[in-house]
Design a protein around this ligand. Sequence first.
Ligand SMILES: Nc1nc2c(ncn2[C@@H]2O[C@H](COP(=O)(O)OP(=O)(O)OP(=O)(O)O)[C@@H](O)[C@H]2O)c(=O)[nH]1
Ligand SMILES: [Mg+2]
Length: 551
Amino acid sequence: MASSSRSPHLSPPGRRRSISDPLDAALRPPENESPEQRAKRLQAEEEAKRRSQKIDQMLQEGERQRRKRKTVKVLLLGQSESGKSTTLKQFQLLHAPADFHAERIAWRFVIYLNLLRSVRRILDAIAPEPDTTLTALDDIEEYDETEPPAIIIGGPSKPAYTNPQFENYHRRLAPLGDLETRLIQQLSDPEDNDENEATRLPSSGSTAWTSGNSGSSSASGNGAIAMTASEYGPADRSLPRLNIPSGSRSSPASPTTPGSASGELAVPTSFNWRKRFALGKIQSPKSEHSGELQGWWEDPDDPVHVLNKCAPVIIEMWRDPMVKVRLQEKRLRLEESSGFYLDEVERIAAKMYFPTDEDVLKARLKTTGVVEHTFTMGKNSEFRGVDWKIYDVGGARPQRHAWAPYFDDVNAIIFLAPISAFDQVLAEDPRINRMEDSLHLWNSVISNKLLANVNIILFLNKCDLLKAKLESGVRLVHHMPAYRDRPNDYDSVSNYFRNKFGAVHQSNTPNRSRELFIHFTSVTDTRRTRVIIYNVRDMILSGNLRSSALM
Ligand SMILES: Nc1nc2c(ncn2[C@@H]2O[C@H](COP(=O)(O)OP(=O)(O)OP(=O)(O)O)[C@@H](O)[C@H]2O)c(=O)[nH]1
Ligand SMILES: [Mg+2]
């Protein structure tokens, strides 16, 4: 085969073109090229080559940057109600405030439900009770009498009780039963027919909202209320009703487990309820004149109207001195419970109520499954280009099996232990003291070999509640005899817990050189938590980036 004479720099190595190749002919220098023309052509070719090299360089830089983009994975661990989701909300408030604010309105129904749960707890507490002679420990099956518990739970039972106002409150608040059902249906995923796991509360049953069976009230001294769909009283048909999509009405995938002793609101991770209720998505009536969306408060079917109508009764009941005495007798400190809004009923039940940041941080919605959130460090951050992935897991016992798959490539763990919970039991298992559970869980996390090189940050959380609890006279030694005669003040107790958790780490960590970072937190407090989060974030990021030589 004949070969042509071509400019060598135009011929790709290893490839020979036939003389008839039109591209080759086009690229060949003109036959009668003058020296000036040749110089010009060579200059143009040089320029093209320079441009091409520059493009190559830019592409390489892009690739280098892409590879440099690092994801730091952080796992939030701890028992149920330890504050994991609240910590995630604080991260969101810091790194994606616009999203957080856009979603605030979606929390309205959750907040209503939290308020209704508190009302239900009061009604249960003041319901007539027959004489009982059992002690809390007698109630526990399999309790080994030869071995006293390390941590004491429960307390002695009370004699028969009747509250003269019970029937009155009960009757006037009956519409809330129907409202609660409707709110739960609203928050249920119409597509999801799976049975959603919900926390089993240590109560034998709730009488709230129901009529005629007030003598069979729960005797739980723990303030836990069970809610079952069948227990709701007859709905007040004269009240405005909310339009429930037919899918959810026929197969209510209730966030609680109907028929079981469960009362904790939980929406499955797969259902994006926040999006459904975000601003602009709410079905509201349109103005007759402009056709524009008006507020939900103009919708006669909106739940706010029932709540608004019952608000004066709720306030009256909450302020009733006899109710206060009863709650004290039952050691029910509702102020310290999750999702407490009873002191703000007027504001929450107002027709134009719009949740504040604090309201959203206080709202209680149990996590089921694992929720992943990604935040990208902003342009002005020294960690720009870094993705910060946070996994929020369900902390209740039946949820914990889902944690292990995330241990593989995690960079840091924020473990939350609510240190105010020393006198409480697990909602899902009333035989177990919360503090005991937290310490066990802590031990299994820090002794896990897979996590040996993972940064561990411990949040000793709910310090605000711990302070309030100790100030109200609750003594740690009554629940943890090992505390003996140490002072019962906040500093002594919080340091005791710090040492206890620190000692468990010291003795059981598979990595002796691992540093443990401990913070005393109240993660509902935005100002203080912000500072802690900044410190933790920078520590985790710089530690991880440095160790992978990317800084
Ligand atoms: N007062 C007070 N309340 C807190 C604090 N931390 C969390 N809470 C409240 O406690 C409740 C439970 O917090 P969550 O963040 O939902 O708990 P969680 O660990 O995600 O629980 P699960 O999803 O069941 O695993 C919420 O109502 C929070 O507002 C705190 O430090 N102080
Ligand atoms: Mg959660």
